[in-house]
Design a protein around this ligand. Structure first.
Ligand code: SF4
Ligand code: SF4
Length: 187
């Protein structure tokens, strides 16, 4: 009878560069958490997430907002003394939670990721005004006003387009994406 893989080994298998189990080499030094620019917004710091995965605690990991707040800056990955690709692990957790349909309630990350992928597949380029519109009031009026002020400043500097642009030969680009990533079939 096949043995069901542990949660910890499933996550480790999602790390493309992992040859062994890198999570086991974590020394819990906290460098990743102290270097992370968005750790204050996370309910579990990157160090905690690693500890929870090692302990095979699936539910608290998948219920966490940590990987949805990860900005993929890779500061943790380059500074980790144990050579663990924490940023890659955060990506792995996003993919895993979407595959397993275990997405924290109220989190917009998964929905946003799908919309972003569809937009790239269709146009080959991101168009921020359309991407952000469904979430304008998700975090309340105060955040909306803050975002509106930033959007206006970006627009005034010519950094926010009014109309979407399409990549030339977008069908060819789509064909390439469909060949290299399964996500290419979300559209
Ligand atoms: S920096 Fe690396 S070794 Fe230190 S707690 Fe984070 S993952 Fe573990
Ligand atoms: S890659 Fe993500 S988890 Fe790592 S420091 Fe940057 S924001 Fe934090």
């Amino acid at each position: 009878m096949p043995v069901k893989p542990s949660f910890s080994s499933e996550i480790v298998n999602l790390l493309y560069s992992a040859e062994t189990n890198p999570v086991q080499s974590c020394i819990q030094c906290g460098t990743c958490s102290s270097t992370c620019p968005v750790a204050d917004f996370m309910d579990h710091s990157p160090r905690n997430i690693i500890a929870l995965i090692r302990a095979d605690l699936r539910k608290p990991v998948l219920s966490s907002n940590a990987f949805w707040y990860c900005a993929s800056c890779y500061q943790c990955t380059v500074r980790c003394p144990a050579g663990i690709d924490i940023a890659g692990m955060m990506y792995g957790l996003k993919r895993y939670s979407m595959w397993r349909n275990h997405i924290r309630r109220g989190t917009i990350g998964a929905d946003f990721s799908r919309r972003f992928a569809r937009m790239i597949l269709k146009n080959g380029k991101s168009f921020e005004p359309a991407l952000a519109t469904p979430y304008l009031f998700h975090y309340g009026l105060r955040t909306f006003l803050y975002d509106a002020r930033n959007a206006l400043a970006l627009f005034m500097k010519g950094r926010l387009p009014l109309f979407p642009k399409r990549l030339k030969r977008s069908a060819r680009f789509r064909g390439v994406l469909n060949r290299i990533i399964p996500m290419g079939r979300v559209a």
